[in-house]
Ligand binder design. Structure first.
Ligand code: AMP
Ligand code: MG
Length: 347
């Protein structure tokens, strides 16, 4: 895997959920791995007909390849065309899929009380996160950051009429780093389901969509300890679910011994600090992805309020003191590891 392919949508390999333990008969379990969306994508399908699975996985690979290209923030594709047009104050025709995506971005932005802002691509670029390698050098100056904040780019600036997208704010640049993986995995899982393969897991570097069952058993998922190698907690999935984690430790700029995370608070343009990781379980991957990013921004004081407005009930947060904070709905379904039980736990 070349370094230039490592980063897409701003993610890295060490995201939140891990390990699945097997139960279905091994002849029925099919696995495929691709390098997409800046990470390894592992697909597991339980199905008796191997040739059919191979055919469907071929179609899934093509679909994911298209999504990878078209949602990329800094490589040629549909999103780059859109951003170029918006910067020139021109309209651009977009398909119904992208129209629905933009409507959902607005919804996530509103519901997150502004914490999720996929229109701040310029700010993310300013911090150096629009590149395959991690940024180096000094962080941007306060003046540079304040200039971009003054433009107040928001997905609510976007407008679609007659299939043509326009923006009333030429400073809007879309960056789907906090959303695109969930969106893509939802579509991928839909493709599998439509092909009659409703027992599957798509795991993109620890962010995953799960459907159906693993033979006679449920899928078993671990939530990774951001400080260590193992799992902090385990859970069994029920039906179709998505489990997404964001964290201040995943991608960052390191300068003079300080780390600046790749998730930026739209209120002050600064990297998030006080939440190490936020894990969200929801039926919809795009919403879980957006929510995990937004809750990291919302921080220790506001994450519960923002989870509520976003409509995500199952959340686990590890804060910068190492404490595990959970919603009651999350606490009900996870089994904590012995090491996790020694930490302060707040439900
Ligand atoms: P995630 O790992 O899903 O939290 O996504 C992080 C990526 O989302 C970053 O690398 C940026 O591309 C983008 N991003 C950063 N800050 C925000 C934010 N406040 N709202 C939406 N997307 C963001
Ligand atoms: Mg996200």
């Amino acid at each position: 895997m070349s370094v230039s392919r490592r980063q897409f949508l701003g993610h890295c390999l060490s995201a939140g959920a891990l390990a699945l333990t097997g139960c279905a008969a091994s002849t029925e379990v099919h696995r495929q791995r691709w390098y997409l969306f800046g990470t390894l994508v592992d697909v597991t399908v339980v199905h008796p007909d191997a040739p059919r699975v191979a055919d469907v996985l071929g179609r899934l690979s093509t679909r994911f390849g298209d999504l990878h290209r078209n949602l990329h923030a800094w490589k040629p594709g549909v999103l780059m065309d859109v951003n170029r047009a918006l910067a020139r104050e021109q309209g651009i025709a977009i398909d119904t899929g992208l129209q629905a995506l933009i409507a959902d971005l607005k919804d996530c932005h509103r519901a997150s009380l502004g914490a999720f802002n996929p229109a701040q691509g310029k700010l993310i670029g300013l911090w150096g996160f629009h590149g395959d390698a991690l940024p180096t050098g000094a962080p941007p100056s306060v003046r540079q950051i304040e200039q971009l904040l003054a433009d107040n780019p928001s997905p609510l600036d976007l407008h679609v009429a007659g299939g043509v997208l326009t923006s009333r704010n030429a400073q809007v640049q879309l960056d789907l780093g906090g959303y695109g993986k969930g969106y893509a995995l939802d579509l991928g899982m839909q493709l599998l389901r439509d092909a009659g393969m409703g027992n599957a897991v798509i795991n993109a570097g620890g962010d995953l969509n799960v459907a159906g069952r693993n033979g006679r058993a449920a899928w078993r998922i671990g939530i990774r300890d951001p400080r260590g190698a193992g799992a902090l907690a385990w859970l069994e999935t029920s039906g179709d679910e998505a489990i997404y984690t964001s964290g201040n430790y995943q991608r960052y700029l390191e300068y003079e011994g300080k780390r600046y995370a790749h998730i930026l608070d739209p209120r002050n343009g600064m990297p998030v600090q006080d939440i190490v990781s936020a894990t969200v379980i929801h039926r919809n991957g795009a919403r879980a992805d957006a929510a995990a990013t937004a809750l990291t921004v919302a921080g220790r004081r506001r994450w519960r309020a923002v989870a509520e407005t976003l409509g995500v009930a199952q959340v686990m947060v590890i804060n910068d003191a190492g404490h595990i904070e959970m919603t009651p709905a999350m606490a009900e379904r996870v089994s904590l590891s012995a090491a996790a039980r020694t930490r302060r736990i707040v439900v």
